[in-house]
Design a protein around this ligand. Structure first.
Ligand SMILES: [Fe+2]
Ligand SMILES: [Fe+2]
Length: 155
């Protein structure tokens, strides 16, 4: 239920990373910080005067590449820690990757919908960490020792 923004260039900003967005895993936190920064750069470029589409395409490609790496790293940790919602998490990653891939294809075809690109990046960045990752934070923290913890809480 986002309010319709008549001027998409003034859309809600991508949130700055804050310590309460930490998932307790330095590598994943670092990737989140860089993703948010890349997202802000892309929007700055897109919302500026006469954005160059080749520059926007490069910026989006950087986001896509890091997104795929980040998703893969997250899934590896979640799998290792036997996260019960791993399949759903993977599905949400796949959906985002598909959306980004479509936007990249649109740019390559010179058919990019700039307000749509702005909306997708803003929405994804605003919700990715808080709604997808923080709920499974306990499974993102450690790669080692999960078996020992499982045994310790066994019975
Ligand atoms: Fe993430
Ligand atoms: Fe995730």
């Amino acid at each position: 239920m986002c309010p319709v923004n008549k001027d998409w260039r003034k859309g809600a900003p991508i949130p700055a990373w804050r310590p309460d967005l930490s998932v307790g895993n330095a590598k994943l936190d670092e990737q989140h910080i860089v993703l948010l920064e890349l997202g802000r750069n892309l929007l700055r470029m897109l919302h500026g005067h006469a954005p160059r589409m080749d520059s926007v395409a490069f910026a989006l490609q950087d986001i896509y590449t890091l997104c795929r790496q980040h998703d893969q790293d997250e899934e590896e940790v979640l799998r290792h820690n036997a996260c019960p919602t791993l399949d759903e998490h993977i599905e949400s990653h796949r959906a985002t990757q598909e959306t980004l891939a479509k936007l990249l294809a649109d740019i390559a075809q010179h058919a990019i919908d700039e307000p749509e690109l702005s909306r997708v990046i803003t929405d994804w960045m605003a919700h990715h960490i808080s709604e997808n990752d923080l709920p499974v934070k306990q499974y993102l923290k450690h790669k080692a020792g999960s078996k020992a913890r499982a045994r310790a809480t066994g019975h």
